[in-house]
Design a protein around this ligand. Structure first.
Ligand code: ING
Length: 301
């Protein structure tokens, strides 16, 4: 079984006028630190090339196509793939994907140490709304700018580890975790951009936002006996705050590394993927214990 140093690369806010080159330079600095610490794999946040633009409303959605990547890697992102290769380090990061057919997705990929894309995931659980809602203090227009993901939840062996992806809101849905768990996943990477200001009525408060975030990730990891890395883009973006709380979680649901700041910050932890086997062969031995004849509502409603 594989032991590997995992790196979670939390990123501070990306301002509207920050260029791709400036953002990629920040990511390359985090990759260099990860390499110095002996990391074999690095995870970046959701939408980590741009500001969280779904907080803004535009009438013509094509006016926002500049937030999307039409090719991956493209000229701006190729240096990330080159660095992964030179460091022999796998990586995952989230970005906004514009397909040749003109479809828009909130996407994340896994890149192998050889610089190849081994897995692509398109965010399935899109929170928020489609139209401008004046009663909200903050808009959250992911349903306006993205299509729901169409690739499902898949697990791929990369660097001898069964890896799976989810994005942000997905972490709140047990179905997403179990779809990956039923494929034997050993590492789930989840980038997120989570606004701390509430959108409706009373404010849940930062403390509750951070609690629900950590509760979701620790439960998902434990209930599927997998490692998890949940990586924030956080802090202030043009006056809008997003929660931090980047964590690395082990298959027992314990937090084994935690970011302290709301800036660019690299945290690492050593994973021993043999630890996934115990839960999968005892408490969460799905074949021995699950009774799918009683689970019809989950898949059909
Ligand atoms: N962001 C948030 C998330 O799921 C949200 C949306 C915020 C849901 C607060 C519930 C409470 O973390 C994204 N981008 O999905």
């Amino acid at each position: 079984m594989t032991r590997m140093i995992l790196a979670a690369a939390q990123m501070g806010g990306i301002q509207k006028d920050e260029t791709r080159q400036e953002v990629v330079a920040r990511m390359l600095a985090l990759m260099a630190t990860a390499h110095e610490k002996g990391a074999g794999f690095i995870a970046f946040p959701e939408m980590c090339l741009t500001t969280f633009f779904p907080r803004f409303y535009v009438e013509a959605r094509a006016d926002f196509d500049h937030w999307f990547e039409a090719e991956m890697p493209g000229p701006d992102t190729q240096p990330l793939f080159d660095a992964a290769k030179s460091y022999a380090m796998g990586m995952t990061f989230g970005y906004c994907e514009l397909t040749p057919e003109g479809e828009h997705f909130n996407t994340a990929i896994i890149v192998s140490p050889e610089g190849e894309i081994t897995l692509k995931y398109r965010k399935i659980h899109l929170p928020g709304h489609t139209e401008y809602e004046p009663e909200r203090t903050h808009q959250h227009l992911e349903k306006r700018y993205f299509l729901p993901g169409d690739l499902g939840f898949n697990v791929k062996r990369s660097q001898d580890v069964l890896m799976g992806l989810a994005i942000c809101n997905d972490r709140r849905w047990p179905e997403a975790w179990r779809e990956l768990g039923l494929q034997g996943v050993e590492l789930v990477c989840i980038g997120y951009n989570t606004p701390s200001q509430n959108n409706l009525s009373q404010d849940e408060g930062l403390k509750q936002r951070l609690y629900h975030h950590e509760l979701s990730v620790c439960a998902g990891a434990y209930q599927n006996s997998t490692y998890a890395m949940a990586v924030a883009k956080c802090g202030m973006e043009d006056g809008n705050h997003m929660i931090g709380g980047t964590i690395i979680v082990d298959p027992d649901g314990f937090v084994i590394a935690r970011a302290e700041s709301e800036n660019d910050e690299l945290i690492t932890a050593e994973a021993d993927f043999a630890k996934c086997a115990f839960g999968k062969s005892t408490v969460f031995n799905f074949v021995a214990h699950r009774r799918i004849e009683h689970y019809g509502r989950i898949a059909t409603q």
